[in-house]
Design a binder for this molecule. Structure first.
Ligand SMILES: *Cc1c(COP(=O)(O)O)cnc(C)c1O
Length: 394
């Protein structure tokens, strides 16, 4: 046995945390890290948010799990609230983003099947995408490094270059069922899809009888300053996968769909043991209580501007380290000139956490509850990291 009892699938930093307080994580050795990784856009309300802690502990004292053989009142309520706040009419709860995507893909295929088009089962996806690590979602993501060695790629996914509408048009065949896209690529490097492109996808879907699926697992739940990123664009999907931020750190995911798109999801065709369990629903409802509060999303937008302006001036000062700043709201990326892992490592030296992404980007995903002072503190640590790297290179 080498090293640890755990699969060696993660390149873990030699850091373990003992507790969290808002935007801060306290290491076992007592060091306090400013957490702008947020468990990869999961800790939407920071660590130990009192309302979430209360909701979870209250539910834990009452009931943990019953299965979906019975009514789950918290699930009904969270479903109704998500429907009221979005394009959707129907919700299926899962434990993770990948499962939400699996449900989304299955929903699209079933729609075509019950609409008299069993031949339509293929989904068009985009280079740089990330949709999870199940067999179907690695096929959807299409990244060779995640597919290698896992046998034949699950059939039914056709990948086209990011932002290439002619390639999408060419990829549509009589077997196409759906188009799947992240409105802002997260793992791919905080790459925003232009609104005009999403509009064109909507038109193509309507023209060819395809379903438009948005993956808002990372960009949803207030991250961009709207509850969902698609709200910035005026384009609505037929199906949407969410997860990460909706649980604030508790495993929750969901697939949202219109009545029409969900028409094939009839009794018995899909299921889950844990999805939508009472603990998860208590936390999900508590997250929505906070994010939907009057003025909360306006504050996200205001703080995002403060953050982005500060980052832009650091990029101006150290262009040899940080080439540019991208993203919307509190989903920001530093497009690096130095290596993104070096920048991420230098930030950790400053006791600040961020997350590397594709396209040589470092992601900044602070809690939506981050304060102005914490943003200023983050900017000062990012500047110190950039200055250190710049001097080391000189
Ligand atoms: C994280 C992520 C997923 C996968 O979610 P898991 O909970 O890890 O299964 C899917 N899509 C996007 C956009 C993500 O960021």
């Amino acid at each position: 046995m080498s090293g640890s009892a755990l699969y060696e699938t993660f390149a873990r930093a030699p850091l373990a945390f003992d507790r969290g307080e808002g935007s801060w994580l306290v290491a076992e050795d007592g060091r306090r890290f400013l957490d702008f990784a947020g468990g990869i856009a999961v800790n939407s309300l920071g660590h130990g948010h009192p309302h979430l802690v209360a909701a979870l502990t209250e539910q834990a004292g009452k009931l943990w799990h019953t299965s979906n053989l019975y009514e789950i009142p918290g699930q009904r309520r969270l479903g109704e609230r998500l429907v009221a706040a979005t394009f959707a009419d129907k919700v299926f709860f899962t434990n993770s983003g990948a499962e939400a995507l699996e449900c989304a893909i299955k929903t699209a295929r079933r729609y075509q099947y019950v609409s008299g088009h069993p031949e339509k089962f293929r989904t068009i996806t985009f280079e740089g995408a990330f949709h999870g690590r199940t067999l179907a979602t690695i096929a959807a993501g299409g990244q060779e490094k995640y597919l290698e060695g896992f046998g034949p790629k699950v059939d039914g996914f056709d990948q086209v270059p990011f932002g290439d509408i002619a390639a999408v048009e060419k990829a549509i065949t009589p077997e196409t069922a759906a188009i799947l896209i992240e409105p802002i690529q997260g793992e791919g490097g905080i790459r925003e899809v232009p609104t005009a492109f999403l509009k064109r996808l909507r038109e193509l879907c309507d023209q060819h009888g395809l379903l438009l699926i948005f993956d808002e697992v990372q960009c949803g739940i207030g991250r961009t300053g709207k509850l969902f990123a698609y709200e910035w664009t005026g384009v609505t999907p037929d199906i949407m996968a969410i997860a990460k931020g909706i649980g604030g750190g508790f495993p929750v995911g969901a697939c949202l769909a219109t009545d029409e798109a969900a028409v094939g999801m009839t009794p018995g065709v899909h299921g889950t043991t844990f999805g939508g369990n009472p603990l998860a629903m208590a936390v999900g409802n508590a997250v929505l209580d906070v994010v939907l509060e009057d003025g909360f999303l306006d504050e996200v937008k205001r703080k995002a501007l403060l953050m982005k302006q500060g980052l832009a001036s650091i990029s101006d000062e150290f262009p040899e380290i940080i080439e540019s700043v991208r993203g919307t709201g509190l989903m920001l990326g530093l497009k690096c000139k130095a290596s993104n892992t070096a920048v991420n490592g230098a930030l950790r030296q400053e006791e600040m956490l961020a997350v590397p992404a594709g396209d040589n980007v470092v992601r900044l995903l602070p809690p939506l509850t981050v304060t102005d002072d914490e943003i200023r503190e983050a900017l000062s640590r990012i500047r110190a990291a950039a200055k250190g790297l710049s001097e080391a290179a000189a």
